[in-house]
Ligand binder design. Structure first.
Ligand code: SF4
Length: 399
């Protein structure tokens, strides 16, 4: 799997702490040149034998990094353009980057190629050029269908523009469309969020991601709350809005396959599902993260330093995962999904003692019906979804 981080936004939304900047055309051009170099420099990053598998190999379980760098191009089952706002790139820059991807990697015929876009940037011309590059899925940052809330968040688009973007994508032949909604926004009522869900689910989209607003430190949103300019939503309203989300998506026939993700049958996001299944991925661009089964790597979120890097790599930090990290990641990511945590897999990867510990920690939650067990698989129940953080942390091993 390949992730490209495009660190440009036309303006900054008040809640966002993703790495991005408002850049000039010259800066963008330099960035694209450097991103092409990074794609070449790191073409051997993905472990070859395990590049597209969902579980660590026998070698990996012993802490041995799978072979890399033997000259064969990595086969990609998905490419995800995120950011920032990838649709801030010029169409010719997007094409240049796709050429670099095709020069150094092999896309599998059924690869999912997702492009994140701001609704304001969607034009028939962009859609046609994206299709020409092989993009087959677009993720639109809609966030809300209330113009008042969109303006409060300093989003660029309006609700009408978001609806029009979906129509333009469809007319241009991209019908695998995901939209994002946020709940728990200051000033957002229960009825207002219900109306957002209704509007989203009435559109011809295949996928909905909906996250509770998280107030991150050092964002304009957190300063506005500290100054009393905005009132955060209370916990009760958050939970009621999540309940509305679960009911509305179920009534629309959507599959609830991850705590915050819903899709029409057959349209799970393959790229994000790969993250939750522990598939290795290469992330390029400033601030992008990578995972090669034994370590996690984070490129520095620093565009000037990224552009200036020469040699054979860009500034980054690497953290080798301990056995405990890997056990906890398996527990955490698996329980987020409707596929659940398979205790047989825990035993296969980490041995019977770890399985017994996890099973023992699950018992109080099974009794309280926050978890259910089907065969060897543990899953969150509907009531467990509302307290998922505490259930997952109870099942994680502490040092
Ligand atoms: S467009 Fe997306 S990445 Fe850019 S500031 Fe807004 S939320 Fe953040």
């Amino acid at each position: 799997m390949l992730y490209l981080h495009i660190p440009f936004c036309q303006s900054r939304c008040i809640y966002c702490d993703f790495y991005s900047t408002t850049g000039t055309a010259a800066l963008r051009a330099e960035f694209v040149r450097q991103l092409c170099r990074e794609l070449e420099w790191r073409k051997d990053y993905l472990p070859q034998a395990a590049a597209e598998v969902s579980a660590p190999s026998q070698d990996d379980r012993k802490g041995v990094r799978p072979k890399s760098g033997t000259g064969r191009t990595a086969h990609l089952s998905s490419v995800y353009w995120g950011g920032g706002t990838p649709s801030q790139l010029h169409e010719s820059e997007i094409e240049t980057l796709f050429e670099a991807i095709h020069s150094h990697y092999t896309l599998l015929p059924e690869a999912e190629v997702t492009f994140e876009a701001n609704p304001d940037d969607i034009t028939p011309q962009l859609v046609s050029r994206l299709r020409g590059c092989g993009v087959n899925r677009v993720s639109l940052g809609v966030q809300s269908f209330s113009d008042t809330l969109l303006q409060m968040l300093r989003r660029r688009h309006s609700a009408a523009r978001a609806i029009q973007a979906v129509e333009t994508l469809q007319a241009g032949g991209i019908d695998n469309i995901s939209i994002d909604l946020i709940y728990g926004l200051p000033g957002q009522t229960l009825e207002g969020f219900r109306s957002d869900c209704r509007q989203a689910l009435s559109l011809p989209v295949t996928h909905l991601s909906s996250y509770a607003l998280s107030v991150e430190p050092h964002t304009p949103l957190s300063r506005m709350i500290d100054r009393g300019q905005l009132q955060p939503a209370d916990e009760e309203l958050f939970l009621a809005q999540y309940e509305v989300l679960l009911d509305a998506t179920a009534a629309a026939g959507y599959e609830h396959y991850e705590i915050s993700n819903f899709c029409r049958p057959g349209f799970r996001a393959r790229h994000n599902s790969g993250y939750w299944k522990g598939v290795p991925y290469l992330g390029v661009g400033p601030g992008a993260h990578s995972f090669d089964l034994v370590s996690r790597r984070a490129n520095s979120p620093d565009l000037p330093a990224y552009i200036q890097a020469s040699g054979s790599d860009v500034p980054h930090e690497t953290e080798r995962l301990t056995r405990q990290d890997r056990i906890n990641e398996l527990v955490f990511t698996s329980l987020r999904t409707s596929d659940g945590l398979d205790l047989a897999r825990v035993e296969q990867q980490f041995g019977p003692a770890v399985r017994q510990t996890v099973a023992r920690c699950a018992l109080p939650h099974l009794r309280a019906q926050r978890l259910e067990q089907c065969g060897t698989v543990l899953r969150l129940t509907r009531s467990g979804l509302f307290v998922s953080d505490s259930v997952m942390s109870d099942l994680m091993l502490s040092s």
